[in-house]
Design a protein around this ligand. Structure first.
Ligand code: ZN
Length: 187
């Protein structure tokens, strides 16, 4: 999976023409102000179902091998041709950590072990919340996949900062490097 909606305009989600029918009964949704929630919501005119618009959770990992990290060059829009760490939407029925491991394998063919949370990346103008882990490669052979036209290990001094996919990619990799640098400093 990809980050389709990450940092794209939220306008399509708040457009009144988007999500016009109730997913429960198929009748029309109408916009109504809910006093108790102080929010305009889409509500089914027939069954009362409230169609909440919430961000989706994306799980990502920065897979490390020696002094390098593995990045993927996207082959799907948005940001096709740009580099990011592997990641994708969490499916119902799996945990965020399971999704990070699965997505990494789907996008790089590498097996990883998670080493802890890097950080959570959430923006008021983005449709996704990213949960990103530090990881170590423990197996597999890197290879291209339908979603990644190139899979490459970059020395942490050679990260392609000018062709990263998303603002969150830049922010997460900056955090990663800061963490690495502080771990190297003598205490
Ligand atoms: Zn309904």
């Amino acid at each position: 999976m990809d980050y389709r909606a990450t940092h794209q305009s939220l306008q399509h989600l708040t457009d009144s023409n988007w999500a016009r029918f109730c997913p429960r009964c198929g009748c029309g949704l109408e916009e109504r102000y809910i006093e108790a929630e102080q929010h305009l919501r889409k509500i089914c005119s027939a069954c009362g179902f409230i169609f909440y618009l919430n961000p989706k959770v994306v799980a990502g990992a920065v897979p490390r091998q020696g002094d390098s990290i593995w990045l993927v060059r996207r082959s799907v829009e948005p940001a096709s041709g740009h580099w990011t760490f592997p990641g994708g939407y969490v499916d119902l029925g799996e945990s965020v950590t399971e999704a990070a491991i699965r997505e990494t394998h789907e996008e790089t063919r590498l097996d990883i072990r998670l080493d802890g949370l890097l950080n959570i990346y959430s923006y008021s103008n983005a449709a996704n919340v990213l949960v990103v882990y530090r990881a170590t490669v423990i197996g597999g052979v890197a290879g291209v996949t339908p979603e990644s036209r190139e899979v490459r290990a970059f020395h942490i001094d050679e990260i392609p900062w000018s062709s990263l996919a998303f603002p969150s990619t830049r922010e997460a990799l900056s955090d990663y490097i800061k963490l690495e640098m502080s771990a190297r400093e003598p205490r």
